[in-house]
Design a protein around this ligand. Structure first.
Ligand code: HEC
Ligand code: HEC
Ligand code: HEC
Ligand code: HEC
Length: 172
C-alpha cells in the first residue's frame, strides 16, 4: 500500500513538473495589463522603474564589457550564459530584454494569467504561480542571484533591498 502511494505521489509530482515545464513566459507587459495603476498597487510601474527592468540593458554597457574582458569570456556579456543566467530570462529570447521581470520571481505565467485563475489564489498556485511562505522564502529567492557569483556582488541587505522593489496590493 505504502509503495503504491509513493508511486502515485511520484507520478503526480512528475506530472506537475511537466505541466510547469510547459508553462510559457508571457512577459512583464502582459502581467502589467492587470497589475498597474495606483489602485491596484502599481506593480508594473514599480518594476519598470527598478534596476531589474534594466538588467539586460546593463549587459550591453561598457562596465559589462570590462567584466567579460577581465574574465576572459569570448562572447559579449549580453550573449554569455555566464551573465544572462542572472540578468535575463532566456527561455524565450523575445523576452530577454525584459531583464529580471515578474515571471523571474513569480513563475512563467501562461497557465495562471487568466482572470478566472488569477483571482483564485489556490488555482493560480496550482497553475504555476510561485508561493512565498514567509520573509525567509523571499530572501532565499533574492539570493539565487544576489550572491558571490555576481562579479559586482555587494553584501545583500534584505530589508533595504526589498523596500526598494516591494509592490503590495493595497489593503481595503
Ligand atoms: C487578466 C488579469 C491578470 C493578468 C494578465 C495577471 N494577473 Fe495577477 N492577479 C490578477 C487578479 C485579479 C489577482 C487577485 C488579486 C487582486 O484582486 O488584485 C491577481 C493576483 C496576483 C498575485 C497575488 C497572488 C496572491 O494572492 O498572493 C500575483 C503575485 C500575481 N497576480 C502575479 C501576476 C503575474 C506575474 C502575471 C503575469 C505573468 C499576472 N499576475 C497576470 C489579475 C491578473
Ligand atoms: C525580484 C522578484 C520579483 C519581481 C521582479 C516581481 N515580483 Fe511581484 N512579488 C515578489 C515577492 C517576493 C512578493 C511578495 C510575496 C508575498 O508577500 O507573499 C511579490 C508580490 C506580488 C504581488 C502580490 C502583492 C500582495 O500584496 O499580495 C503581485 C500582484 C505581484 N507581486 C505582481 C508582480 C508583477 C505584475 C511584476 C512585474 C511587473 C512583479 N510582481 C515583479 C517578487 C517579485
Ligand atoms: C534572477 C536574478 C535576480 C533575482 C531573483 C533578484 N534579483 Fe535583484 N537584481 C538582479 C540583477 C541582475 C540586478 C542588477 C541590475 C542592473 O543594475 O542592471 C539586481 C538589482 C537589484 C536592486 C538594485 C540594486 C540597488 O543597489 O539598488 C535591488 C534593490 C534588488 N535587485 C532587489 C532584489 C530583491 C529584494 C530580490 C528578491 C525579492 C531580488 N532582487 C531578486 C538580479 C536578481
Ligand atoms: C549570480 C548572479 C549574477 C551573475 C552570474 C552575473 N551578475 Fe551582474 N549583477 C548581479 C546582481 C545581483 C547585480 C546587482 C549588484 C549586486 O551584485 O548586488 C549585478 C550587477 C551588475 C552590473 C552593474 C554593476 C554596477 O556597479 O552598477 C554589471 C555591469 C554586471 N552585473 C555585469 C555582469 C556581467 C558582465 C556578468 C557576466 C560575466 C554578470 N554580471 C553576471 C547578478 C549577477
Amino acid at each position: 500500500m505504502q509503495k503504491a502511494i509513493t508511486f502515485l505521489l511520484a507520478t503526480l509530482f512528475l506530472l506537475s513538473l511537466s505541466t510547469f515545464a510547459q508553462n510559457k513566459y508571457i512577459g512583464a507587459k502582459m502581467c502589467g495589463m492587470c497589475h498597474k495603476g495606483e489602485k491596484k498597487g502599481a506593480q508594473f510601474e514599480i518594476w519598470q522603474k527598478s534596476k531589474h527592468a534594466e538588467a539586460y540593458k546593463t549587459l550591453t554597457e561598457t562596465k559589462a564589457a570590462e567584466i567579460t574582458k577581465a574574465r576572459g569570456l569570448k562572447k559579449a556579456a549580453n550573449e554569455s550564459p555566464e551573465c544572462l543566467e542572472c540578468h535575463a530570462i532566456t527561455a524565450d529570447t523575445k523576452l530577454t530584454a525584459d531583464g529580471v521581470q515578474c515571471e523571474t520571481c513569480h513563475g512563467a505565467g501562461s497557465a495562471y494569467k487568466a482572470f478566472s485563475i488569477m483571482k483564485d489564489n489556490a488555482k493560480a498556485i496550482t497553475a504555476g504561480l510561485m508561493e512565498f511562505k514567509d520573509k525567509g522564502a523571499i530572501e532565499k529567492k533574492c539570493k539565487t542571484c544576489h550572491n558571490e557569483k555576481s562579479p559586482s556582488y555587494k553584501p545583500f541587505k534584505f530589508d533595504e533591498m526589498w523596500a526598494k522593489i516591494k509592490h503590495p496590493i493595497p489593503k481595503g
